[in-house]
Design a protein around this ligand. Structure first.
Ligand code: AP5
Ligand code: MG
Length: 220
């Protein structure tokens, strides 16, 4: 299955995408994580992306389109993939459709996750992650067992993303409203959009997501 997870910063795309992809054996393609990895390795892409990301701005469409074109063609994506954070602009959505059509494929689902704006800011400023496995934690809703270190990597201290300061979070939300929110209408008008509430516990959101994808829940 080929799935797009659409939604504002902090709505739970990474949390839900990672879980559903692991359960179903689909590739998780998170453009934010690919860029952060490039930043950490100091590649030319990373150096270019860092300036934009640190200011809460989007990286250029042609760079992102090329990156996703290559990543979705890798063998682990053949059985399905979850796109977390792509497309983010209309040109990216057009390019994705064009690329998949050229391969005789199409998207099976576009899930738009929603959470109130106050909830997004609260979630993002309390977010922490493991620098080794990128497991997401939240000091309020999903703290690690000892309050500081990754549950799966004892001794590894959790870190805060550079763009999770309140000022940059607000900028990212503005950028979302201006450049990404139009994709909700884009996919709705094509009859591909499925809105799923991202409110409530992570388990509750996961169950709603599986239902929207037409998958059975683990307890069934
Ligand atoms: P990206 O990494 O994609 O950031 P984002 O879209 O701003 O989204 P986030 O990762 O902040 O939030 P999320 O929805 O994944 O939420 P999460 O699951 O972590 O992109 C970063 C940057 O890269 C962009 O700003 C841009 O510069 C660049 N970029 C990336 N893709 C691009 C593209 N296609 N084009 C151009 N530029 C691009 O959850 C958030 C927190 O809430 C966590 O702490 C989590 O534990 C907690 N949480 C999750 N679910 C719940 C719940 N149900 N209840 C309570 N807490 C919860
Ligand atoms: Mg994310």
């Amino acid at each position: 299955m080929r799935v797009v997870l659409l939604g504002p910063p902090g709505v739970g795309k990474g949390t839900q995408g990672r879980r559903v992809a692991a359960e179903k054996g689909w590739a998780l393609i998170s453009t934010g994580e690919i860029l952060r990895d490039a930043v950490a390795r100091g590649t030319p892409l990373g150096r270019e992306a860092q300036r934009r990301m640190d200011h809460g701005l989007l990286v250029a469409d042609d760079v992102m389109i090329g990156l996703v074109r290559e990543r979705t063609a890798e063998p682990d994506a053949a059985h399905g993939f979850v796109l977390d954070g792509f497309p983010r602009t209309v040109p990216q959505a057009d390019a994705l459709e064009h690329e998949l059509t050229g391969r005789g494929q199409s998207l099976n689902a576009v899930i738009s996750l929603t959470v109130s704006e106050a909830g997004l800011v609260r979630r993002l400023t309390a977010r922490r992650e493991c620098p080794v496995c990128q497991r997401a934690y939240n000091l309020e809703s999903a703290p690690p067992r000892d309050g500081r270190h990754c549950d799966d990597h004892p001794g590894v201290e959790l870190v805060q993303r550079a763009d999770d300061t309140e000022e940059t979070v607000r900028r990212r939300l503005e950028v979302y409203r201006e450049q990404t929110a139009p994709l909700v209408e884009y996919y709705r008008s094509r009859g591909q959009l499925n809105e799923v509430s991202g409110e409530g516990t992570m388990d509750a959101v996961h169950r709603r997501l599986l239902q929207a994808l037409g998958c059975r829940t683990a307890s069934e």
